[in-house]
Design a protein around this ligand. Structure first.
Ligand SMILES: Nc1nc2c(ncn2[C@@H]2O[C@H](COP(=O)(O)OP(=O)(O)OP(=O)(O)O)[C@@H](O)[C@H]2O)c(=O)[nH]1
Ligand SMILES: [Mg+2]
Length: 283
């Protein structure tokens, strides 16, 4: 039996909880690349995931995870070849990750997980990533000898700088460093709420490079290419609010909604377990 631990890195509102709930629905269906095993003695406690599915079945979004919550849900899985593994799926209030950045340090429990994990999953919601592309225009103008003083900068970090700095810190505290290109932990990047971005011919990795070029270049310089994959993820397929009463979710069930776009692009695929199957597969 292989025990697989992963670290999930996603800020507040990035889609962690809804992906976990929808993933659980798919795993239960047993039609995708990964399936839930039923041969267990004591069934694991999956109530947190059931709660999300209950909300979706009623046609509305689940609640925000309080900052103090840290869960680790055991998912007993099997793949298409019949290999069994126990996946430890974490969920937590996304403020915990912002705190790592703000305080420039991680708690022991996080450090331990980062060091041990065989896979890191990075959840980035491109639509709400703050960037300051107008700086480029300002630089061009400065080069021409003119400085436009009317350009004001918003508060906070550019998402490129934020993610690069955060990853450097996490790599450092977990002892991975960034001098030699690494293959472990394998890295899956999920561009969440992908439906918000509209249709495109670009692959998910190209979309990441378009919006966050510095982050994309940093990742390519730290990880070996075979150890990274970038997916588009729309766990819900659309926006849902706490007070929504979405009829498609109510009538057809949450399992009829949500999709991923594979690293090579192409059509949406309803099997939300595919990015994890990639992560768990032996290189
Ligand atoms: N458009 C769209 N919205 C989504 C999708 N998945 C989640 N959302 C919305 O995004 C918001 C945040 O999703 P959550 O899953 O709660 O995010 P989280 O990362 O768990 O956030 P915290 O619990 O605050 O850390 C919710 O209001 C969801 O309705 C999606 O696939 N598409
Ligand atoms: Mg949450």
């Amino acid at each position: 039996m292989h025990k697989f631990e992963l670290v999930l890195l996603g800020g507040p509102n990035s889609g962690k909880t809804h992906y976990a709930g929808q993933l659980y629905g798919r795993l239960q269906q047993r039609t995708g690349a990964l399936r839930l095993r039923t041969d267990q003695g004591t069934p694991p406690d999956l109530s947190a995931l059931k709660e999300v599915l209950d909300a979706l079945n009623a046609g509305h979004a689940a609640r925000h995870t309080p900052a103090s919550v840290s869960l680790e849900i055991l998912l007993p899985l099997t793949d298409e070849q019949g290999n069994t593994l126990d996946l430890h799926w974490p969920d937590y209030g996304g403020e915990q990750l912002s705190a790592v950045f703000d305080q420039r340090g991680v708690q022991e429990a996080w450090r331990d997980k980062l060091t041990k994990a065989e896979g890191w999953v990075l959840l980035i919601r491109l639509q709400s990533a703050t960037t300051y592309p107008d700086e480029l225009g300002a630089l061009v103008q400065r080069a021409g000898g003119k400085l436009d003083a009317s350009i004001s900068r918003g508060p906070g970090w550019d998402a490129n700088a934020y993610w690069v700095e955060l990853l450097q810190l996490l790599l450092h505290v977990s002892g991975h460093g960034s001098v030699r290109r690494i293959t472990l932990p394998r890295l899956t990047i999920l561009l969440s709420c992908y439906d918000e971005l509209g249709p495109t011919d670009l692959t998910p990795a190209e979309r990441l490079a378009e919006k966050l070029p510095l982050l994309s270049a940093f990742i390519a310089s730290v990880w070996r290419p075979e150890a990274i994959s970038v997916w588009g993820l729309s766990a819900l397929g659309r926006a849902l609010e706490k007070d929504s009463k979405d009829e498609d979710f109510q009538n057809e069930g949450p399992e009829s909604q949500g999709w991923v776009i594979s690293p090579s692009g192409g059509e949406p695929d309803a099997d939300l377990s595919k990015p994890l199957a990639w992560l768990l597969s032996t290189p």
